[in-house]
Design a protein around this ligand. Structure first.
Ligand code: RB5
Length: 145
């Protein structure tokens, strides 16, 4: 199960991403907003909560730029959120960073690209090995601060 959420800026793009992913067979849990103006940190906390608890394996967050969502998501213990706007970064944040949340900007990329990036994010595995050591160091930083 994949959690997805957005603020008011991301509603249309979220719909496009959900439709494209469902057509590919992914199951999504839509945490809103459905259009009501809201504050992106609240949505980030909702979606990330489902990932941290293990109810959802990964999450997708959409706001105007994707930046607010990624800043908020990365404050949550256990979350590694990546702002994605190109296929290379999207693939490598899974391969090397084991990112569990992807953030996208509805005002910076189009819905077609967003859907394609989401599929890359959800189908690329973590490489582990030396990258596991580095991800563990991120967790150490999180635990120390
Ligand atoms: C909302 O207007 C906008 O600030 C928000 O969607 C996002 O871009 C913040 O980072």
């Amino acid at each position: 199960m994949i959690a997805i959420g957005c603020d008011h800026a991301g509603v249309e793009m979220k719909k496009a991403v959900i439709q494209a992913l469902e057509e590919k067979g992914f199951e999504l849990r839509d945490m809103g907003t459905d259009g009501e103006p809201c504050d992106y940190p609240d949505m980030a906390e909702r979606v990330c909560g489902l990932v941290v608890s293990g109810e959802c394996e990964k999450g997708i967050l959409i706001c105007g730029t994707g930046i607010g969502m990624s800043i908020a998501a990365n404050k949550i213990k256990g979350i590694r959120a990546a702002l994605c706007s190109d296929s290379f970064s999207t693939r490598f944040t899974r391969l090397h960073n084991d990112a569990n949340i992807m953030c996208m900007g509805a005002r910076t990329i189009g819905p077609g690209l967003a859907a394609e990036l989401a599929e890359i994010f959800l189908t690329t595995g973590f490489e582990g090995g030396r990258h596991q050591r580095r991800v563990d160091k991120i967790t150490d930083i999180e635990n120390k601060n």
